[in-house]
Design a protein around this ligand. Structure first.
Ligand code: 4AD
Ligand code: MG
Length: 429
């Protein structure tokens, strides 16, 4: 009977056939241990020369990443890291792979990225993609369970919610168009129709940043809630992030193990998250010896890491100066130099994973801000309309999928968290 590796525990004591690839093998002249993978998991196949000499020769001759159907008896085995093994009785090679480029030795990141289409098969990369997949599933579960509807914003747009410096320009027949930086503005329109919505799609930033936190193309989850103020939105954020952490811990045990992730730091995460205002964070940084930073400056990666290390939990930095934030954020009534916003900084140096704010709901105020940012009023007329016909207080935020995957997986660089990362100077494969 044909089955898959993850189903093999159900076939204990039975002989089954699995379509798979050879990850690695080891052994000697009497026994061969085949590490097999099929996309659902890993299992060790054992071939003993004394049992079947012809089969043993086939096994011994197998090369890394050869594809095959392997038939054998499923047995429990505590010594195997997978818990089960297969006593192989037949091997039908589909294709013998010659000179697979990614060998068990160390390779540099550029080589691995050039071979991303193959690198995805490695155990580590398999684990990271499983965690990404779990975060995607838990995102849908969380928002659907909490009464949100998914709304798909366009990718080709005429607006630039996060500023004009990082826009991907393209032509839309005779018009100028941009690849979406954020679905937020459209989510705001949808929230006025559906109350609580979320977007989940690719977004693009033509950022000339070559850091371990920046991708050119990344996926963002952007919830938007009518009648929610800034405070209400922070609650949704901490509940959502905690839900993601718990689900990854629960459903990705083997993946976290493959990645050697220290889960004790994730197990500590619970609501409420600590908060610090931008102004207090500046003071904190000065106390910690950052003499160069002044009120009004944006934080760089080292500053965020310093603040995160101080709390050892995801931390909200609230109320940034108006000048360094987007046009749609309302003034903070308690300190009008600042706005009603927060960034959520992940622990362990993973940086900002969420940016969010309340939204300006007053027509004239928003119009002034659009003009002050030198944005084209015509392109934003529809957005202003939302403040004309039954405007309500509303808030939202955006969580970067890849940075969240990096943090939960414990991988240092976001390039390992997208199946085919788009990086500065990398469009291949
Ligand atoms: O802080 P950002 O720019 O916020 C927005 O786009 C808002 N419109 C969201 C909203 O309120 N609806 O981006 C949000 C998040 C960041 O916190 C980060 O996690 C991720 O998106 N992000 C990136 N991830 C990878 N590479 C990049 N270049 C990223 N830029 C932002
Ligand atoms: Mg941000």
């Amino acid at each position: 009977m044909k089955t898959t590796i993850n189903q093999s525990p159900k076939h204990l004591g039975e002989t089954v056939t699995i379509g798979c690839w050879l990850l690695q093998k080891r052994g000697n002249n009497n026994i061969q241990f085949l590490q097999l993978r099929d996309g659902t998991g890993f299992i060790q196949g054992v071939v003993v020369k004394a049992n079947d000499e012809a089969l043993f020769e086939v096994a011994k001759d197998l090369t890394q990443e050869s594809s095959m159907y392997v038939t054998g008896l499923i047995k429990e085995d505590d010594r195997s890291s997978f818990g089960y093994e297969m006593e192989v009785t037949a091997i039908e090679v589909i294709q013998r792979a010659e000179n697979y480029p990614i060998t068990p030795k160390e390779h540099g990141p550029e080589f691995l990225l050039d071979n991303r289409h193959l690198w995805l098969r490695s155990k580590r990369q398999f684990a990271v993609m499983n965690i990404r997949n779990q975060i995607i599933k838990s995102t849908y579960d969380f928002f659907y369970d909490n009464g949100f509807k998914k709304i798909d914003p366009p990718i080709l747009t005429s607006s630039s919610p996060e500023g004009t410096t990082e826009l991907f320009h393209t032509k839309y027949f005779d018009e100028d168009a941009y690849l979406s930086q954020s679905g937020q503005l459209y989510a705001e329109a949808a929230a006025m129709a559906h109350g609580k919505v979320f977007t989940f799609g690719p977004t693009f930033r033509a950022e000339k940043s070559k850091t371990r936190r920046h991708l050119i193309e990344f996926w963002m989850i952007e919830p938007e809630m009518a009648f929610y103020d800034h405070e209400d939105s922070l609650k949704v954020q901490e509940e959502y992030v905690t839900y993601l952490v718990q689900n990854v811990l629960e459903h990705c045990k083997l993946d976290l193990e493959i990645l050697d992730r220290d889960v004790s730091v994730l197990e500590k995460i619970k609501t409420p998250f600590p908060r610090i205002t931008y102004t207090d964070a500046i003071e904190l940084l000065k106390e910690k010896g950052y003499t160069d930073i002044e009120w009004g400056d944006d934080f760089g990666a080292p500053h965020e890491t310093e603040i995160a290390n101080h709390f050892e939990l995801p931390v909200f930095i609230t109320n940034y100066p108006k000048e360094i934030k987007s046009f749609y954020m309302p003034e903070n009534p308690e300190d009008p130099r600042t706005v009603l916003c927060a960034d959520l900084i992940a622990p362990e140096g993973y940086g900002e994973i969420i940016g969010g704010s309340e939204r300006i709901s007053d027509y004239d105020t928003l119009k002034e801000r659009i003009e002050a940012h030198n944005l084209d009023l015509d392109a934003y007329q529809w957005f202003l309309d939302l403040r004309k016909y039954g405007s309500v207080p509303h808030s939202g935020f955006g969580l970067g999928l890849e940075r969240t995957v990096a943090w939960l997986s414990g991988v240092k660089h976001v390039r390992e968290t997208a199946p085919f990362p788009r990086l500065l100077n990398r469009l291949y494969p």
